[in-house]
Design a protein around this ligand. Sequence first.
Ligand SMILES: *Cc1c(COP(=O)(O)O)cnc(C)c1O
Length: 439
Amino acid sequence: MGEHRASEALVARAGRVIPGGVNSPVRSFRSVGGRPYVVARGAGPWVWDVDGNRLLDFVQSYGASLLGHAHPAVVSAVREAAAKGTTFGAPTEGEVLLAEAIVARVPGCEQVRLVSSGTEAAMSAVRVARGFTGRDRVVKFAGCYHGHSDGLLAGGGSGVATLGLPDSAGVPAGAVADTVVVPFNVVPELDERVACVVVEPVAANMGLVAPAEGFLAGLRSACDAVGALLLFDEVITGFRLGEGGAAAHTGVRPDLWCFGKVIGGGLPVGAFAGRSDVLSVLAPLGPVYQAGTLSGNPLATAAGLAVLGEAGPDAYRDLSDRVARFGAALEAVLDAALEEAGVTDPTGRRLRASVPVVGPLLGISFVPDGSGGVRDFDGAAASAATGLYGRLFSALLDRGVALAPGPYEVAFPSLAHGPAELDLALETAAAAAGAAFAG
Ligand SMILES: *Cc1c(COP(=O)(O)O)cnc(C)c1O
């Protein structure tokens, strides 16, 4: 990157008034090093920093942006909605339309309640599961992230793992006493104390880890056998793997979902959803309380509807095809550079690039030769420990391509990342990888 003075000045000012200079720790450059950039604006696949440098952006707000930045349909929807008033505390048509749009796309999903973040969605869905079953225990998988509520932070992958935190301080033992953390991709033994099993059906907060053959179907049967509910956290996969998210993609139907990111079109939104008999425990119908002043906010529902309106089956298919080709080529390019540089792990085994792709989601990890890729959090942690992601990250950023600044994050090519941009990313990666892995 070129000039950096304006970013540097803002980063310094931010550090004085915002803890760590960031409003979400995943934005910090601590794990990758180098000079953080401050964004001035975005358009499609690009962002410009406050010094005027243009970056090809694969962060895309960690998946909140599916159409790319400042898509005209989203901008005009938000502008029109804002002119009519930003929040009322009474129902609006947009909430009904967005809930209908979600129910229409996700097979088995009958009702939706809108909230303002994925964290709130997951926290509330778990409360519903507990209220519905009358049980306390929640089973989650190491490396899956379900937002930062006390009971779900354990083994949370992504941000906590990037900072090397085993778990968060400030969470009382009592808050996690009923959270059981088990390895991803292994169907756990359940019993009748379990209210729900919560899972990212395609794990995207420990790099990208696809569900092993039979894993999700195994969870479905294990839950059914003991009367536990299955909760898919589709905050990333929802409306990204395709119109019906992971439930449609994998054919396994949960009882409850949580959504976020894509359905807000870049505004603060989350949703939890599921079978209507399960959701009928919610107030005002039932005894499980949950509320929100800004829930179903008119700007957010307008933006979300605009996104869903632009993302039809063809758009998803084309994007997934492009990303599959890009991922295979990227893996080859990174692998060639590793081979050329003779990069090995501490035991002397060659390290290889692994670039898994599921739908339009893409992960970048580094695994010992012959391992076949990352299957769980231990594998993701081993990949992160190679330090290679950080080196690649910095070399790419120097050349104008932005990945998320942490080895547990995935890349989010948007519908605006066309063949030309992916070709550019590939050429840049070839040059960057040579520099990153040499020596
Ligand atoms: C981002 C994320 C969340 C939390 O959503 P926020 O809007 O950041 O609170 C929950 N689950 C998954 C799978 C996520 O990726």
